[in-house]
Design a protein around this ligand. Structure first.
Ligand code: NAD
Ligand code: UDP
Ligand code: UDP
Length: 349
């Protein structure tokens, strides 16, 4: 490693994962807001390994320092505790703006704060992008399509969102964040990218954040009842986090400035998904010798405004970014089961 300014030695670098040694001209200064969260931490890993300088900005509301602690002390890495609703000054080349709680119980916990984070946080990061002429990417969501009347969802669809329901703080927050993003593009020439992310799962998801994948895996691992909301006929398509990270980096560095769906096109009913998780957990536990009993599926009330169907149409991502999913749901779930199982045996969850 050659860093004359910091005199970094090989010994110092040996304790970190092996980052690529990029010449100064190729090494970008990248800000990742929400970088201590589930998706953010995986994105940070990839950007670090690629050899870039990464600054994580996070208020640790739903994220944790531990998700990126393996980089602390690396000369290319910096972590700042900051809330995006307040202005922030830094000089960077690219901004990945992820900061926003994503799980329904988390974003509904303080709905007004969620709206402030989406609106004021995105305004500040766009103001920053404008000032320093950085390229700006926002992680929007399939929730902008609401409870969709078009299936599967293409980027052309304008959505079907209840503006005053319990999910509105998140859905409308992201919709206005997209509006702001294209406002800054039109008025100020900010170079923008918009990713509409569909349900994503993987290691480092907060095990108790209430989303379906983490709930089902934890419940099945503990042999507790698996809670299907409603009759379980509602559908979702689940993508593994590494596929999402591929898509985000391709989008940031490619020419497409329209919104791009990034997600899986493999659609499950929630009941089928519960069965799928149950089987994989039993298989892994039998291999590990930790199998006790199989969990039972039980039914609970369906939350208000829960979308009935959701599946990503990813034609645009495939055609304009050359993106393609590399992970099957089964392989992803298995990795995540092993990850949570190891954490449970270590007494960490
Ligand atoms: P997460 O809750 O794990 O991560 C969000 C991160 O943002 C956390 O580290 C949190 O502490 C931080 N944060 C929240 N409010 C903040 C604020 N005001 N200031 C600074 N930091 C703040 O969620 P995630 O699943 O990693 O989601 C990341 C992004 O991707 C979000 O923008 C989310 O809307 C989007 N997204 C995720 C999914 C998914 O399935 N995971 C789907 C669609 C969109
Ligand atoms: N902003 C920021 N960092 C910067 C530049 C701007 O946080 O480096 C914030 C700024 O405080 C403002 C928002 O971004 O609240 C929008 O900035 P812009 O310059 O577009 O608007 P104005 O300051 O004129 O309202
Ligand atoms: N869900 C469920 N059991 C749970 C958690 C969620 O049946 O323990 C359902 C939820 O009602 C929704 C789907 O699974 O229909 C996906 O929920 P999640 O909160 O993961 O994401 P989102 O609703 O935002 O897609």
């Amino acid at each position: 490693y050659n860093d004359a300014d910091n005199s970094i030695s090989y010994t110092t670098m040996a304790k970190f994962p092996p980052v690529k040694l990029l010449p100064n001209a190729d090494r970008k200064r990248i800000l990742v807001t929400g970088g201590a969260g589930f998706v953010g931490s995986h994105l940070v890993d990839r950007l670090m390994l690629l050899g870039h300088e990464v600054t994580v900005l996070d208020n640790f509301f739903t994220g944790a320092r531990t998700t990126v602690s393996h980089w602390v002390g690396h000369p290319n890495f910096e972590m700042v505790r900051h809330d995006v609703v307040n202005p922030f000054l830094i000089e960077v080349d690219q901004i990945y703006h992820l900061a926003c709680p994503a799980s329904p119980p988390h974003y509904q916990y303080n709905a007004v704060k969620t709206i402030k984070t989406s609106f004021m946080g995105t305004l500040n990061m766009l103001g920053l992008a404008k000032r320093v002429k950085a390229r700006f990417l926002i992680t929007s969501t399939s929730e902008v399509y609401g409870d969709p009347e078009v299936h599967p969802q293409t980027e052309e669809y304008w959505g079907h969102v209840n503006p005053i329901g319990i999910r509105a703080c998140y859905d409308e927050g992201k919709r206005v964040a997209e509006t702001l993003t294209y406002g800054y593009q039109r008025q100020d020439g900010v170079d923008v990218r918009v990713a509409r992310i569909f349900n994503t799962f993987g290691p480092r998801m907060n095990p108790y954040d209430g989303r379906v994948v983490s709930n089902f895996i934890i419940q099945a691992l503990k042999g507790e009842d698996m809670t299907v909301y409603g009759d379980g006929t509602q559908t979702r398509s689940f993508q593994y986090v590494h596929d999402l990270v591929d898509g985000l980096i391709l989008l940031m560095n490619g020419p497409e400035t329209r919104p791009v769906n990034i997600g899986s096109s493999h659609e499950f009913t929630i009941k089928e998904f519960a069965e799928h998780v149950k089987e994989i957990v039993a298989k892994v536990q039998k291999e590990e010798g930790t199998y006790k009993k199989t969990a039972e599926i039980i039914y609970k009330d369906l939350p208000q405004d829960d979308p009935q169907r959701r599946r990503a149409d990813t034609t645009r991502a495939e055609e304009t970014l050359g993106w393609k999913s590399r992970w099957t749901v089964a392989d992803g779930v298995e990795e995540m089961v092993r990850y949570y199982s190891a954490k449970m045996r270590a007494g960490e969850i």
